[in-house]
Design a protein around this ligand. Sequence first.
Ligand code: FUL
Length: 702
Amino acid sequence: MYNLKINHAAVSRFFTAFFFIIGLIFTGCDRVAPPQACGPVPTENQLRWQEMEYYAFVHFSLNTYTNQSWGYGDEDVNLFNPAALDCRQWARICKEAGMKGIIFTAKHHCGFCLWPSEYTEYSVKNAPWKEGKGDVVRELADACKEYGLKLGIYLSPWDRNYADYGKPEYITYFRNQLRELLTNYGEIFEVWYDGANGGTGYYGGANENRKIDRTTYYDWKNTYKLVRELQPDIVIWNDGGDRADLRWVGTEAGFVGITNWSLLNGTGEVDWGMLHFGLEDGDSWVPAEVNTSIRPEWFYHPGEDAKVKTLPKLMDTYYNSIGRNATLLLNFPIMPNGLIHPNDEKAALEFAQAVKEAFAVDLTDKAKAEASNIRGNTKKFDASRTIDNNKDTYWATGDSVTTASLIIDFGRPATFNRFLVQEYIRLGQRVKLFKIEAFTGGAWQELATATTIGYKRILRFPTVEAAKLRFTITDSKSCPVISNIGVYDAPQILTPPTIIRDQAGEIHITPADAESEIYYTLDGTEPSKESKKYSVPFQSEGKLEISAIAYEPSSGKSSPVTHEEFDLPRKDWKIVGIHDEEAYAIFDGDPSTAWHQHKDKKMPADLVIDLGQSLNISGFKYHPDMGLWGPGMITDYEFYVSKDKRTWKLVSEGEFPNIRNNPLWQMKQFLPENARYIKFRALSNTENNNNIGYAEVDVITN
Ligand code: FUL
């Protein structure tokens, strides 16, 4: 018999070592430490929000019944009586459109509350709708729950109805309302405050102009504290002045800067550039949210039913928001009957379908990835981590490396035109510059270069066929940490043409792509390739309605329709007292060209126009300069008409609400007047100086 004496300690040491070595073989060198975080990093709430990517805004209030952008605060609550209000319809559309939540205007600037607030009489509780027993926020919260969507709240800090607005008492009122909204409606994912603050209003009957100091009045710090106490998982939006969790991008046109850092400084001034591009060395994580409407305006205006954003426009918005490290907050204006308009629904669903098609097949699924540098040479951080469909793994390089490349080998020639890349932002945002190349014709050809990546960056480039793609990071704040790469072949989408009528009355129709043909109609019917073909500009007379499409003969595909309506041609119009040929840019029909009054001109400043003949005028239109720097948009105006240039009659005065954020055609109507001269007087601008810009000025005739 053998005397087997087992040394238990030695056996256990042996097995520990054995399994450790096996572990190393299978997992690579797990002891290699992950990179340290680089600069500020997102909170769990910010991460969860960023991954939502796409969600809806819904604008609905008394403005819906007055055709206004901003209510003054004295609109009658009796106007609110939607006949078919159905929040389930909103939720269904948002869900089918691939959105993850809905942010609702519980209170817009007019102060009307869409829930029965205990603290004001200016709410649904005094409206005829459901005999004062209705609560739109409740109905929406229930609908969101049913459709698996998150709910967000827009509560305007500016309240043009409340008598105490401007006094400290208002802050208590505002917080009481926040408390109601953040306690009674379940989980709220985002709260939205809006940057428009202070100005004229009803204010309980005072009818005056109230200015507030935005830096101190709202005491945001304590409001934020309250919000976080009530909703620990929430993210807070603000327009930059008071650093919250998310930032505005400085425009409502649907795009963030092509460079987009998710960083800002926690204190100090924030200028437009910081909102738009973020701040490379910012000390706080404040990512960007792109807010834009599916129509030109935020609230419903029947005149915009044919102005719903086209598919190409929405796709651009997608690439310029989600594709640039931001989220997309797309607005639906609700109709007076309480529903989303069918045109908006159609546009949103087509958009969702097109996004789905664009990213349907990821060519990296069957590819191999190889990197120039791998952190600790371990599998844990190697190139394959970028194409393993796991957002928690990543490719990383050694600490001191700030340039590195990664080759995706498709193993056969592949056709593609989109490149998607994501940083592992839990460790911060790092990449400053990168490029992509395709291996074609035996050499590397550059496809695109770009700056920041962040949570997600998508690049578009002309379709290419290649067996390999090279992604090179040429500059980074610290070693790159890339969690995902995707390569796609998105179907082409035809862009609708632009239509311009110049001062001489000539119609110019331009397609985005020179190879497409243009067909148009002049009788309001939908154009097709059987309609009239456009080849050169043509002369037009009188009022005109024109619809046009771009058509691609090779694929037989048509673009969406562009529809424009023009009043009388401005052929004989003269600008009185101004001898500057460039001033005529304001009649050239092209809103992208502008003219500014001489810089010595002080407010109030007049623009006098001789229409060349007497006309029955019932309104006017002003398009501000859309330039990003010093556009000098008029905010308050007076409009006069005259038969003889000596006696003037004031026919319209007021404001162009929200012009700064949404610089589109502004239209004002009045009782018809027969006149030959018009005087458009600027009283103030968006910049509080004397800069006065005009892209277009036109009249509406009877
Ligand atoms: C703006 C507001 O003034 C608009 O009316 C709209 O609500 C938009 C989302 O924010 O600043």
